[in-house]
Design a protein around this ligand. Structure first.
Ligand code: SF4
Ligand code: SF4
Length: 277
């Protein structure tokens, strides 16, 4: 039985036995190559579920929107599962209220090409699940050039400024991110207003730097923000660098180990930096 047939079969069983109130997955859209998020609540609807390279959204984001309905089953690849781990670590969801249908992922394809984030993915399989649907997937990730080490701070600042100058502050990147869930985002706060509302370069830089800081140790490099950006801003370029710094300084990878806490929530008494003592 192929992966999608098995997924539909298990979704039907879970709904019929009322083990879950709904199944969060993907369905086809009217546009080829683009999927939609589906929340299936009736057994007769499970044939709408699909899973293929067009499934680009990180479903952990949508889990936050349905978590109050009861126990929910969710389709999770490596990146989705790592976001689920981060949400569990941050106590945004309860483990007993989520049934994880794990799937191996070959990568999201956008306009005929494997998505930038997926090319260097080291977690194609879920790191946490209740059952696997289909076989695990294995491939050699691409090595991405490490520009952070090659560029001076001034050069890196130029790269950042040039890239985010095109940002129109639509916040699509924030909306699709499972780990951007603050009830009031700092960019929307008005008392005090921390960031100007216009999209000039300086306000854009503040937004992107603040977001990078918020995401440090939490971003799972799923690439959903990168794919959502209407201006084609290379957000994975920044996400990768932040993840690299966290990896090197803290020895941690966001959401990779369910029993580990996120980098910025723990400390070691023998931390080499003075401020901790
Ligand atoms: S999605 Fe792109 S244009 Fe919109 S706020 Fe994010 S970076 Fe800026
Ligand atoms: S910042 Fe982007 S890549 Fe990181 S978890 Fe959020 S959507 Fe995924």
């Amino acid at each position: 039985m192929d992966k999608v047939a098995r997924l539909r079969e298990r979704a039907k069983e879970l709904l019929e036995k009322q083990e879950v109130v709904g199944v969060l997955g993907y369905r086809a859209s009217s546009r080829p190559g683009i999927s939609q998020v589906a929340f299936i609540t009736r057994p007769e609807e499970v044939d709408r579920l699909i899973f293929d390279s067009a499934c680009s959204q990180n479903l952990a984001n949508y889990l936050l929107k349905v978590k109050d309905k009861g126990k929910v089953a969710v389709v999770a690849r490596g990146c989705d599962s790592r976001s689920i781990v981060v949400l569990l670590q941050e106590k945004q969801i309860e483990r007993e209220k989520v049934y994880i249908l794990g799937v191996g992922c070959e990568g999201v394809v956008v306009q005929g090409e494997k998505s930038v984030a997926c090319r260097s993915c080291r977690y194609p399989n879920p790191v946490i699940y209740d059952e696997m649907v289909g076989e695990e997937v294995h491939f050699e990730p691409e090595t991405v050039e490490d520009e952070f080490d090659r560029l001076t701070p001034d050069e890196w600042w130029e790269v950042l400024s040039a890239e985010v100058a095109r940002c129109i502050r639509c916040y699509a990147c924030r909306q699709v991110c499972p780990n951007c869930y603050c009830p009031v985002c700092f960019v929307d706060a008005s008392m005090p207003a921390l960031v100007g509302k216009t999209h000039n370069v300086s306000d854009n830089i503040v937004f992107h730097i603040m977001r990078a800081l918020h995401m440090a140790g939490r971003c799972v490099e799923c690439g959903a923000c990168h794919r959502a950006c209407p201006m084609g801003i290379d957000l994975m370029r920044f996400n990768r660098q932040v993840a690299k710094i966290v990896r090197e300084r803290f020895g941690l990878v966001a959401g990779a180990k369910p029993d580990e806490m996120p980098a910025l929530t723990i400390f070691k008494p023998d931390d080499p930096q003075e401020f901790i003592r």
